[in-house]
Design a protein around this ligand. Sequence first.
Ligand SMILES: Cc1cc2nc3c(=O)[nH]c(=O)nc-3n(C[C@H](O)[C@H](O)[C@H](O)COP(=O)(O)OP(=O)(O)OC[C@H]3O[C@@H](n4cnc5c(N)ncnc54)[C@H](O)[C@@H]3O)c2cc1C
Length: 401
Amino acid sequence: MGNERTYDVCVVGSGITALVAAGIFAQKNFSVCVVAPPLREEIESGDIPPRHYSISASSRRIFELLQVWEEVNGVDGGLVRGIEVWGSASRPLIEFLPTIDRLSPLAWILERQNIVSVLLVAIRGLGVDIIESELISVACAEDTGLVHLESCELRASLIVGADGRNSKVRQSMGVSLVTKTIGQEAVVAVVKTEKSHQNFACQRFLQTGPIAFLPLSDPHLSSIVWSCEPSEAQRLTEGGPFFNEAVTSVFGHKYGEVIDSRAPMSFGIESGGVSSFFSGRGVLVGESAHVMHPLAGQGLNTALLDVASLAECIDNKDVLLTYSSLRRRLRRYERWRKAEVLKMLSVTDGLNSLFCSEKIFVSLFRKLGARSLNYSPFVKDFLISHAAGVYGDVPEMVRQK
Ligand SMILES: Cc1cc2nc3c(=O)[nH]c(=O)nc-3n(C[C@H](O)[C@H](O)[C@H](O)COP(=O)(O)OP(=O)(O)OC[C@H]3O[C@@H](n4cnc5c(N)ncnc54)[C@H](O)[C@@H]3O)c2cc1C
């Protein structure tokens, strides 16, 4: 193989967003490559701690279109049949209960590394070239995109930056990700509890941040995300009996004792986005363009909606031929996603501030608001269907017919 290769679409990144983007464009007959840091060692070593994501109906639809749903859902995937939101009281503030009218789960809890492994096989099957090499530089000019790797040079009509919050593609475009620090870190772990989770996801808002339990397929295993102050996060990541007791003290009334837990890990929490989603022939999706608080479990779901929207805007190869036609489509993508991402950021930031505030009038407003919401089936159905990502201004491929 020569030292320079040419593609319609070059996706930079090796996470779920990148692999889904590659798969969707390959299904539309674009020639596609993925630029990833060396992956094999990471996957074959088998000691990557599990990380779980809450997956919405829109993301499920995208996995179905890529024909990977059965497999990504196959390992220890959990079903969310109901959701409880707790404050400090001994009863939930808001409950989303399963109803006879709504048979479908509210969400699915899937393991990250399994999704990545399944997608890698699927996109190879679709003819995507996966190029494992260090990225040296990217140039997204109007006439062509150039990606300089340690092993070769790539030319592409479209460069998709799906390389996460420290995106080199974004930096090469001269675009900054403007974020605000929330003063919290998220500690994730899998815990084994005395009582069954009964396929309920529960979130409790503490004054230092929310803690969520997400049900896995084993009725006594839940994946937890605990957002708290950095000093508390540091303590919690030491794990062991201290961690188990701390989690029991927050949710023991619901789950009983935490009997066991797997090494907790912590992640920084930020919230924000970019002012431009594209420049020249470079375009951003997922965390290279926006980061959000994990409390609503929507970051990855939003990223996959970015990808589906981008593929709807760039729906055939002819769009790539001239920069004026490409720019028109990228502008449409940018307007579309900016509005949707802004809405999602307002919801996640708003919920975090509202529920974690100690101010007395906010607390009163919260209690009254939560009580009226809890007795409004119509509003609850509206919230559930919008969190599912299949209603509203969503791409055709995920829209609920
Ligand atoms: C604690 C926590 C819990 C969360 N829970 C949920 C949830 O339940 N549901 C949900 O929808 N979202 C959730 N999120 C959000 C979710 O993790 C992110 O939105 C999602 O991972 C973004 O995907 P991404 O592909 O854009 O970025 P990433 O997952 O960060 O992937 C970027 C990839 O690019 C690769 N990369 C980086 N640099 C380069 C380079 N130079 N060359 C090539 N590749 C590169 C990286 O190796 C990485 O694989 C959670 C986030 C946190 C912190």
